[in-house]
Structures are given as structure tokens and as C-alpha cells.
Design a protein around this ligand. Structure first.
Ligand code: F0G
Length: 525
């Protein structure tokens, strides 16, 4: 089964081994992963983690597999960079149709493809900065033009010299000669050039998860993933979710002004221009890894207003929540949060491919970005076509898949709520929407059972529970790194009633064990 020498993440695999979770799966279908027992027989395990959300349609969906096979069998080009890509356009068209349906009246959103969620996050951040740099450039061009106009107006006597220099820092005297006016313009230029080095400021929410690459990990709140790499990334300001006032005041701290001149009533006058330093705000409509916490519609409405007023683009990270997982294609549609950027990943690859997408609102889109951003594998022919087939399956029959996600999700949530009602001492909370669900166990760090207590204190209780569910009930659930007592459940839309009952049976056992502090089955499953 497992070879004794490991080269690929030996530490991690070893840690999984201490919980009996280092199982090699040999086959996957629908909601099941299969391993082989000692006799070589396949043993199914109900997979409720589904690739951390990448399996909306389950493992190896037959129509996606058939489509992939056809692409390969017919020699369809996989790599054909620098050529026409009608399939990628079609993906963009389908996504735009969905945006138009879920956000009536929305502008078109051109799409940039990437390979992973984190990469889409970074493409969006990069696009925000590219846009900011171009806005800065036009601001400086405008100021240069205005200075030129003012100098000429003073020279030909059509404008008088400024009589107020109070906008400039320091005691700059009011100019009385052309020379002093030149010095004043020099001070204006120095002030403006001084602003150029100001780093952009990005905002994210506490508990956020946006990936683990150099850039994106700085937008991920959990210090375990971020702290060691802070010196390599952008400074990100975290604000509490669902607190509009906190966002407003955080944005208000970043309002530097460039100085410009204007000829007003025959006099050269110093004026302030907003200097763009705000990079953007990134949010998940429902925080996934951070513990299944939803943003409210009230907050969404305020975010849009506050960000519009501050010129702050809103990046909505739907990598986990999108593709219909919550009952609508975009979870942000539940709360009416119109984004400047939408990010998709995970299930966009149909469970067999790796792809992601960044959609940018037309009025913010900088087409020149296409000339400075690319990746060897992004928008490849194979994965893009698989993504299109996936979208077609989701959109079929008037989006029946989304209704199914909502209905299956409610059914799972119903089971979990039953348990919470029956075991209020054990289950702290049940949260979720559609098929993005979390069950939070009550703190066990004061438990009477030493095994349960110690594992809880070490933040490892969910691994112990996960191991029990897997080894005894053949159910795979997931942890969230940020909420130590939470089991994460993100199954496919094809979850059956029997599978949901299997989950009920497993979790009922877990609740009984925790209530009776009977750790034996946990250690010797
Ligand atoms: N954004 C969100 C909201 C995510 O949940 C994830 C990944 C990413 C970005 C990064 O995507 O892994 O393809 O680079 N979330 C997984 C999780 C890993 O644990 O929920 P990636």
C-alpha cells in the first residue's frame, strides 16, 4: 500500500498516519473514494470534503470524463498559446450570461484565466495595481498639463500669481515673482513625487482565506499561513466582517492628496486631487476555511457604497462559494453584492482539471493587462473545454443543479440541526448555505476524558473525530485550519438520501461518544 520511503510531503503524510488517515485511494466515483483492503477488495468511503469544494458534480462525473476522453481521442489542441480561443470566449459568454441573470443590469465582465484559486486572487490584485498605476499616470499627466497652462497664463499676464500656499506642507511663502512661482511649482512637484512611493493599501476581512502563494497568503488571515512570509508580501489591513463602520474608518485613513494648480477667476490657485493609494478590498461572501461565516445583505449594501465613495474596487472571491455551491451560481447574489472582480476556481475544472478565472467589470478593465500577465498553462484548450462542459451541466434544465445544491444542503443542515437540538452540550453550532456547511463542536478542552481533553487542547479534536468517522463509518469530512472544532462538509450535488443518513449515523455516534466522554472507540476504532 504505502511505500516505506516517502518523498512527497512525508511529514504531512506521517501526521495523517497518526490518525489512520494515510489511506491510499485507488478509485473515485460520484461521492465515493475507494481503497483496497488486505484482501484486495475495494472499500468505499463517502467523501464529504469533495476536494475542498472542487467537486460540485462529484468524482469523475461520467459526462465530464466522456468529454475529456473525446478531447484527447480527437487530438484537440491542449497547448496553442497565441491563437484564437473560441472555447475560452464561450466560457466567458456563459459566465456573463449568469452574471446578467444573478445581477440584473450588470456590465459585461471580460475574463482572464489562471490555473489555481490563489493565482486568480493574485491576478485580481495585480490588475487592481495595474489600474492604479495607470490612474496615477493620467493624474500626473493632467497635473503636468495644468502646470503648463498656469505658467503660460502667468507669463502672458492672463493670470495672477497664487495668493494662498497653505495646502503645501511647511511655510512656503506666497510668490511675488516669477522665480518664486517657479520655486512654488517645484515644491508642488516634490510633494507629488513624494507620494509616488506610497505602497497601495489592500483590505481583507478577519478570518479570510484567499490562498497561500506569496501574494495571496498575505490576504489570508490565519497567521499560521501568513506570518512567516509577511516581509515578502503586500501589507494588508484586516477589518472585521459585517462591520461597515470599521471598513469606512479604515479606508478613511488613506486619503492622501496630490497638489495641482488651476486658473480660477484670473488667479493661479493650488488645489488638491485625490491620490489613489487604495488597492482594493477582497471578500468571500461566505467565509469557507475561516469557519462558514456569511456576510449579511446589509453589510454588502454598505460595502458597495463605502467602496464606491472611496474608489476602492471590490474583489469577490467565489473560489469556494461559487459554481452554484450555495444554491445560486454566485453566493454574492444571495446578498446582492455586485463585484468589480469575481474570482472562480475549484469546481470550474469539473473535478478533473485545474483552472480558475478572474472576471473584471468592463468599466474597470484594462485590456493592456493581457500584455503583461500570462501563464503557460492558463486558458489551455483541454481544461477550458472541460470548464465549458461543466458550466453547461450546471446550467442545464434552468439551473436545476443550483436548486439541487440548495435542496441537498437543506437536508444535510436539517440532520445537523437535529443533532444540535439533541446534543446541545456537544454541538455548539451548525452553519452553512447549500452545500457549504460547518458543524462546530463545543470546546472540549475541559473534558473529563483525558484523551478528548488533550486532543482538544492541542487543536486536534477534529482530526480524532475525522479519523473515527473515516475508520468506523467510512465517511470523509474535513477540518478548517482556522476553527479547530469544526467539521467541514462540502459534498457534491449528487449526495443521496442514504448517504445523508450515513452521515447522521456517524455523527450521532460521535455526539454520543463526546457526551459520555467515552474515548475508547476514538482511540481504538
Ligand atoms: N480563495 C478561497 C475562498 C479559497 O477557499 C481558496 C482555497 C483559495 C482562494 C485558494 O485556492 O487552493 O486553488 O489556490 N481553499 C482551500 C480550502 C484550500 O481549504 O478551503 P487554491
Amino acid at each position: 500500500m504505502n511505500s516505506p520511503t516517502r518523498y512527497a510531503e512525508a511529514l504531512l503524510t506521517g501526521m495523517l498516519g497518526t490518525f489512520g488517515l494515510n489511506i491510499e485511494y485507488v478509485r473515485a466515483e460520484r461521492n465515493s473514494l475507494y481503497y483496497l483492503d488486505e484482501t484486495g477488495a475495494e472499500v468505499p468511503v463517502l467523501d464529504l470534503v469533495g476536494g475542498w469544494g472542487s467537486l460540485m458534480l462529484g468524482h469523475n462525473h461520467p459526462e465530464i470524463v466522456a468529454h475529456a476522453k473525446k478531447l484527447l481521442d480527437t487530438g484537440s489542441p491542449v497547448h496553442s498559446q497565441f491563437s484564437e480561443h473560441p472555447v475560452a470566449d464561450r466560457v466567458g459568454e456563459v459566465l456573463n450570461g449568469i452574471i446578467g441573470r444573478e445581477f440584473p443590469g450588470a456590465e459585461p465582465y471580460p475574463v482572464i484565466f489562471a490555473n489555481s484559486g490563489a493565482e486568480a486572487v493574485e491576478a485580481a490584485v495585480k490588475h487592481c495595481e495595474f489600474d492604479r498605476a495607470l490612474r496615477l499616470k493620467s493624474l500626473f499627466e493632467q497635473i503636468e498639463w495644468n502646470v503648463d497652462v498656469a505658467v503660460k497664463a502667468v507669463a502672458d499676464g492672463s493670470a495672477r500669481l497664487p495668493d494662498d500656499t497653505s495646502l503645501l506642507p511647511g511655510d512656503v511663502p506666497v510668490p511675488t515673482t516669477a522665480e518664486e512661482f517657479g520655486a512654488l511649482l517645484g515644491a508642488v512637484a516634490t510633494h507629488n513625487v513624494g507620494l509616488v512611493g506610497t505602497s497601495p493599501v489592500f483590505f481583507a476581512l478577519e478570518r479570510a482565506f484567499h490562498g497561500k502563494l506569496l501574494g495571496s497568503t498575505q490576504f489570508t488571515f490565519n497567521p499560521t499561513f501568513r506570518a512567516a512570509f509577511t516581509s515578502l508580501g503586500l501589507p494588508v489591513t484586516f477589518v472585521p466582517p459585517n462591520d461597515a463602520a470599521a471598513l469606512e474608518s479604515a479606508l478613511a485613513e488613506h486619503r492622501p492628496a496630490a497638489l495641482d494648480v488651476e486658473v480660477v477667476d484670473g488667479r493661479v490657485t493650488l488645489v488638491e486631487r485625490p491620490f489613489p493609494v487604495i488597492g482594493g478590498l477582497i471578500v468571500e461572501p461566505i467565509q469557507g476555511e475561516g469557519g462558514i461565516h456569511a456576510l449579511t445583505p446589509e453589510y454588502a449594501a454598505r460595502v458597495r457604497k463605502i467602496c464606491d465613495a472611496a474608489g476602492c474596487p471590490v474583489i469577490v472571491d467565489e473560489i469556494q462559494t461559487g459554481m452554484g455551491r450555495t444554491g445560486k451560481f454566485f453566493a454574492s447574489a444571495h446578498i446582492g453584492l455586485l463585484a468589480d472582480y469575481y474570482l472562480l476556481g475549484k469546481s470550474l475544472g469539473g473535478g478533473i482539471g485545474k483552472t480558475s478565472a478572474m472576471l473584471v467589470r468592463q468599466s474597470r478593465y484594462r485590456p493592456e493587462f493581457e500584455l503583461v500577465h500570462s501563464s503557460t498553462f492558463a486558458k489551455d484548450g483541454f481544461t477550458t473545454s472541460v470548464a465549458l462542459r461543466t458550466l453547461e451541466l450546471l446550467e442545464a434544465e434552468d439551473g436545476a443543479a443550483y436548486d439541487l445544491a440548495a435542496e441537498r444542503g437543506e437536508r444535510v443542515l436539517g440532520v445537523l440541526r437535529d443533532l444540535a437540538a439533541e446534543y446541545p452540550d456537544v454541538v455548539l453550532d451548525v452553519r452553512g448555505k447549500g452545500l457549504l456547511i460547518g458543524l462546530e463542536f463545543a470546546d472540549q478542552s475541559q473534558a473529563s476524558s483525558p484523551v478528548i481533553r488533550e486532543k482538544a487542547a492541542a487543536g486536534l479534536l477534529v482530526f480524532l473525530i475525522g479519523s473515527y468517522l473515516q475508520l468506523v463509518h467510512r465517511i470523509r469530512t474535513g477540518p478548517t485550519a482556522s476553527v479547530p472544532n469544526m467539521l467541514r462538509i462540502e459534498p457534491s450535488i449528487h449526495l443521496t438520501d442514504e448517504e445523508i443518513e450515513q452521515l447522521r449515523t456517524g455523527l450521532t455516534d460521535v455526539c454520543r461518544i463526546l457526551r459520555h466522554q467515552d474515548a475508547l472507540p476514538l482511540i481504538h476504532p
